[in-house]
Design a protein around this ligand. Structure first.
Ligand SMILES: O=C(O)CC1=CCC(=O)O1
Length: 95
């Protein structure tokens, strides 16, 4: 199943800078690992915002929730998930 996910990051300004750098590095390592495994096929920065648009390819909403809540920056993110379905006019859906 494909899910469109909007993640907005809001790390508190008073968080220790070393801890902040550690979390961001851990988030990057986890994101690269998940992209390489194929479950995170798209990751885009939204211009001018500390937020991203991602597409996840996972088995279920439960699997996506487990994945998102395991991200190091999860406690500092506002996340909106939209499940995706095939559009009947998508060229790839034509036979
Ligand atoms: O910077 C972000 O948008 C949050 C994030 C998700 C994956 C990553 O490496 O950073």
């Amino acid at each position: 199943m494909l899910f469109h996910v909007h993640m907005e990051v809001a790390i508190p300004h008073d968080l220790d800078p070393d801890r902040r750098a550690e979390l961001v590095a851990e988030e990057k390592a986890r994101a690269l690992e998940l992209q390489r495994s194929g479950v995170w096929p798209h990751l885009w920065r939204i211009v001018g915002e500390y937020s991203n648009i991602s597409v996840f390819d996972v088995d279920s909403g439960d699997a996506l929730h487990a994945l998102l809540s395991s991200l190091p920056l999860f406690p500092y993110m506002r996340i909106k998930v939209t499940p995706l379905a095939i559009h009947p006019s998508d060229l790839k859906a034509q036979s």
